[in-house]
Design a protein around this ligand. Structure first.
Ligand code: RUQ
Ligand code: CUA
Ligand code: CA
Length: 656
């Protein structure tokens, strides 16, 4: 199949002129030279047919061919004093945090520190946050860096329930849970024997109910294979290298089980009925160099049969790795040879696939080809049939494999039969028709699969639709999270912002209606109806066992060299005007904000002591440090709170 010029008719804006030449000379050549020459062979069922994509680029020269439809900008503008209609939650990438945006405006309304250290809030500085992040015996934080990639919300019956966001740390193999009522991280867990933890997706089915013993799981892929155990004994023995797929209990945040997998895992998707989870694999070759990782024409999408895995664990058919007590079951090809007992199924898909996403009706998984210009559509029902032994070849679960353009990475659904995929190399979003793709796969030559393309700026990675990963997609917006943004914003030196482009997908043609620069570098996001999120403005004093409940309770207590300072804040004063400690004391300051007024946050900083944190209304936080520098230290409020904010200070007197 060839993508014709007519099919690739695009919505272009005047400034697009010449853009393609620009990309052809830099990004495509630099980023994908190797994949262009090697990646395009495995396309159709039979494979091997050349595409326009291989000979040029799918949309070149067509810029300006279609007139830009008149845009009603008022629809997308959020005027002063008005609120957005959606929340956007984005991973912050190697900034280690989580971002919250209002959409369609694109205004950043919150940053939630997670795996990073944050001096605005004191994350990584307060005792409470340090406990969540974890510390080493010498008192240092376990890690001060992270790389958040994928954000997903907890679900009840296939729809976001507004309770938690789960986000991964690729660097240090950690999962964090962020509670959405306060938008603060409340738990972090490290996965044992995992490196390069990339894909994450929670169960879509079960409620995360506090009263019952929740069964909600969070599924985690591992991208880098390592010797197991990775203790320095087998640095170069390929037989010892493998990856683990991990299931975490969403409530306790403890790993429940792991699966030994052949090849690696990248993105993760879960079914709506709780039966299957899957992950695309780009390194079925187990290569350790990139050319090895792209040597095979096909890789796979591996499916996990959740009930069977849990039964195997229950039946004691597991082993342990190293010091980890997490049960590990065998999900390798060899162990899964008999479909009727298999824990996993490896569905071959063309070369180095990337994202895998499930349609909102729960019927189809779309696995984007990356180095192949295709998307592979796998039927959920047929996968279950494979596990029942009713079909033999896992490829028989594939129901479509359309050619959609160069470098397909991530896919969103509008819930009305149309699919939107980011094309990294083409710098486009392609809109395609799922039913037509299935007809075409059956041999219908007239099926019109690709129905629209739009240029984005540039190199889109993640792409997602509003409410698209739920049973309630609304088909309004697609967001293209682009990796490059040169010439799109005022220049700010060598580091360009990343770019999130808002696309109206409610009509036949996609229309770009917003350019939102992002601090590097968000990977994945979700777009959530605002009525789903219910936040609190004020804490409950009683939630904090250490709370200093009244100003009269402020005091200093000493036990040997340990000094505890009980302190309150209430605009414009701290509960003690001064306190005295001795050089070398271990000082713990417990600070409760007694103010009950919404938005009345106080800060607390001690010069030269690396202390800086905030307390929100009725919240208590604490810090501990050694008073190793004698002198007078003005502890002051850092968060503008009152006309006497500047006067809001106390003295710490450290005796020599
Ligand atoms: S990956 S650009 Cu970290 Cu989400 Cu696909
Ligand atoms: Cu309290 Cu500023
Ligand atoms: Ca590969």
């Amino acid at each position: 199949m060839t993508i014709s010029k007519e099919e690739s008719g695009k919505t272009s804006t005047p400034q697009d002129t010449g853009r393609r030449r620009f990309l052809a000379s830099s990004a495509v050549a630099g980023l994908a030279g190797a994949s262009l020459s090697l990646g395009l062979a495995a396309c159709n069922k039979g494979g091997g047919e050349a595409t326009t994509a291989a000979t040029g680029n799918a949309g070149s020269g067509a810029s300006g061919a279609n007139a830009t439809p008149a845009i009603d900008w008022d629809k997308y503008e959020v005027h002063p004093g008005k609120l957005d209609t959606y929340y956007g939650f984005s991973s912050g990438g190697h900034s280690g945090d989580l971002r919250v945006h209002g959409l369609p405006s694109g205004r950043e309304i919150r940053r939630v520190p997670v795996f990073n250290v944050d001096c605005m809030s004191g994350w990584g500085i307060t005792n409470e946050s340090r406990k969540i992040i974890g510390t080493r015996p010498n008192g240092q934080l376990n890690y001060i860096t992270g790389d958040t990639h994928h954000v997903h919300m907890s679900y009840t019956d296939g729809v976001y329930d507004g309770r938690y966001i789960f986000v991964n740390d690729k660097i240090n193999a950690r999962v964090a849970r962020v509670r959405l009522d306060t938008m603060e991280c409340d738990a972090i867990t490290q996965l044992p024997n995992v490196q390069g933890f990339h894909g994450i997706f929670p169960d879509k089915r079960d409620p995360l109910d506090d009263k019952i013993n929740s069964t909600t799981r969070v599924f985690c892929g591992a991208e880098f294979h390592t010797p197991q155990p990775n203790d320095g004994r087998d640095l170069n023995d390929p037989k010892k290298y493998f990856c683990l797929f991990t299931c975490l209990d969403a409530k306790t945040m403890q790993p429940r089980w792991q699966v030994k997998v052949d090849g690696n895992m990248d993105l993760v998707a879960t079914s709506y009925d709780g039966k299957l989870a899957c992950s695309n694999q780009y390194n079925t070759e187990n290569g350790v160099h990139y050319e090895d990782m792209m040597s095979a024409e096909r890789d796979a999408c591996v499916f996990f049969n959740v009930a069977r895995i849990e039964a195997a664990v229950k039946a004691g058919k597991f082993f342990h790795i190293g010091n980890s007590t997490v049960p590990v079951v065998d999900g390798t090809h060899e162990a899964s040879a008999d479909p009727k007992t298999a824990l996993t199924c490896y569905v071959p898909v063309p070369k180095n696939p990337h994202g895998v996403n499930i349609s909102p009706d729960g019927k189809y998984y779309a696995c984007a080809g990356k180095l192949s210009p295709t998307a592979t559509v796998i039927s959920h029902e047929l996968m279950l049939k494979w596990f029942d032994g009713e079909i033999k070849d896992p490829r028989d679960a594939v129901v479509a494999e359309p050619e959609i353009g160069l470098g397909p990475l991530h896919t969103g659904f509008n819930g009305k039969g149309f699919v939107y995929t980011t094309l990294f190399l083409d710098s486009q979003i392609v809109k395609w028709d799922l039913a037509a793709a299935m007809k075409s796969y059956q041999g219908d030559k007239d099926a019109k699969v690709v129905v629209d393309r739009v240029d984005v700026h540039y190199q889109p990675g993640h792409g997602f639709t509003s409410m698209g990963e739920t049973r309630e997609p609304d088909g309004q917006f697609f967001i293209s999270d682009n990796k490059f943004s040169k010439d799109r914003y005022l220049p700010v030196g060598p580091l360009h912002p990343d770019s999130s482009q808002l696309i109206d997908i409610s009509g036949e043609k996609m229309v770009i209606v917003g350019d939102h620069p992002l601090y590097p570098e968000p990977h994945d996001s979700i777009m959530v109806r605002r009525d789903i999120i219910k936040t609190r403005q004020i804490y409950d004093l009683n939630e904090f066992p250490l709370a200093v409940k009244a100003m009269k309770d402020c005091r200093v207590e000493r036990q040997g060299r340990k000094v505890t300072v009980y302190l309150t804040s209430q605009a414009p004063v701290f509960g003690l005007r001064e306190w005295t400690v001795k050089k070398g004391d271990e000082v713990t300051i417990i600070l409760t904000n007694l103010d009950k007024v919404e938005d009345l946050t106080h800060g607390f900083a001690i010069p030269f002591y690396n202390i800086n944190f905030v307390v929100h209304p009725q919240q208590t936080q604490s810090v501990t440090f050694i008073a190793d520098k004698p002198g007078v230290y003005w502890c002051y409020c850092t968060n503008f709170c009152h006309a006497l904010h500047l006067e809001m200070r106390s003295r710490m007197l450290v005796q020599a």
